[in-house]
Ligand binder design. Structure first.
Ligand SMILES: *Cc1c(COP(=O)(O)O)cnc(C)c1O
Length: 383
């Protein structure tokens, strides 16, 4: 058997009639940017997340950038984010004009470490961008307390974590603004690029609506600077067709994760950290092993597709090396880059495929040169 790391054609095939209908509606209406579909999607998405407003934009990267700009973050300002995010988080901060400052992550969870964050704050810090990495919500309660104490706004990077929760709060509603991506592989994916910012602040929402459309308040009336970043009508209509399946998709992702968790018990491979107060959207199922390259090879031999998210922390890339020079210890992020391995996890995997991957994980984790490593298990976690 071969199990692909991802296969976007399956979900699209299942929803083909709804998607065709959605596209057809837009074609028949003949209105392609900032119309009924976009407005309806914004309303529906805001309701699902539990925010007052959602503002559709062209990508997740733009969502982070415009969220920062709505907060008046710009040149001369510092924005702290974590070192093991993907580069778009950094591009977005830099496009706002601000300087990204990296902090480290919790050793197991991979989300912002509070102690490291505190060390990374400077007198110029004007925003914090925690990333709900892999679909795991960050430790938002202490983070919110720290940010409130210093009066620093939070922009949550929710690109991987649609509908993940911390106690009864949904990601995107715990910061001042939440930035989402609808890149095709995300838990809610368009058939092209797309993004949205959610907020319950009326002023910020108004600013975002201006920012995404050249600062335009009425036809040829520009009351501030802005850019062009809009979620088009075709993508919005497709997202409306897919949104009702988001929750079930996340549930299926969690079911598959539970099967993998059980298979990894007592093996040399560590399952993703779990935190009782936080639900996981399982955008990715990421195992940890110091023996990563061997494990990846053996899974490939068994036909199981894997990827590494991410093989380097931000400051490990030649183009971003200088971001590691701020004097903040980033060793947890660096260790993650050496140990993480993502295995297939998407709602359309068949039960047979899930069983096959689980058996392959178990076999590779308990046999072969270098393993098992004294039956290591994930450390107990509270929170
Ligand atoms: C996908 C992603 C982004 C960027 O989203 P795009 O829609 O591709 O611009 C930003 N941050 C994280 C953590 C992501 O996974």
């Amino acid at each position: 058997m071969r199990v692909p790391f991802a296969d976007l054609s399956r979900g699209t095939r299942e929803l083909r009639a709804e998607i065709d209908g959605a596209i057809g509606r837009v074609l028949d209406r003949g209105w392609f940017v900032l119309g009924e579909e976009g407005a309806a999607f914004e309303e529906e998405f805001a309701a699902v997340v539990g925010a007052k407003h959602a503002v559709g934009v062209a990508s997740g990267t733009d969502a982070i950038e415009l969220a920062l700009r709505a907060l008046d973050v710009g040149p001369g300002d510092d924005v702290v984010t974590q070192a093991n995010t993907c580069i778009p988080t950094i591009s977005a901060i830099e496009r706002s004009g601000a300087r990204p400052v990296l902090c480290d992550v919790e050793p197991e969870g991979g989300t912002v470490s509070l102690t490291s964050l505190e060390r990374a704050l400077t007198s110029a810090t004007r925003a914090i961008v925690p990333v709900h990495l892999y679909g795991q919500c960050g430790d938002m309660e202490p983070l919110r307390a720290l940010a409130a104490e210093r009066a620093i706004p939070i922009v949550e990077d929710c690109a991987q974590a649609h509908l993940a929760t911390y106690r009864d709060r949904v990601v995107g509603t715990m910061g001042d603004l939440g930035a989402f991506s609808f890149y095709p592989t995300k838990n809610l994916g368009a058939l092209g690029d797309g993004g949205a910012i959610v907020t319950s602040d009326d002023t910020l929402a108004d600013r975002l609506r201006l920012l995404r459309q050249y600062g335009q308040s009425g036809r040829y009336e520009h009351i501030q600077r802005g850019v062009n970043s809009r979620l088009d009508e075709v993508q919005a209509a497709i997202l409306r067709a897919k949104l009702p399946r988001l929750r079930a998709g996340n549930t299926r992702r969690n079911e598959i994760a539970a099967v993998y968790d059980a298979a990894l018990e007592g093996t040399a491979l560590r399952p993703p950290a779990r935190f009782p107060a936080r639900s996981h959207a399982f955008h990715l199922y990421v195992i940890r092993t110091p023996d990563r390259d061997r494990v990846q090879r053996h899974l490939a031999d068994r036909g199981v597709g894997t990827l590494i998210h991410y093989p380097r922390p931000v400051h490990g890339h030649p183009g971003y090396k200088d971001l590691g020079d701020a004097g903040v210890d980033l060793s947890n992020s660096e260790r993650m880059a050496r140990e993480v391995l993502s295995v297939p996890l998407f709602p359309e995997l068949t039960d047979d495929e899930v069983t096959y991957v689980a058996e392959a994980l178990r076999a590779v984790g308990t046999a072969g040169p270098g393993a098992p490593r004294r039956g290591r298990s994930a450390p107990a976690i509270s929170g």
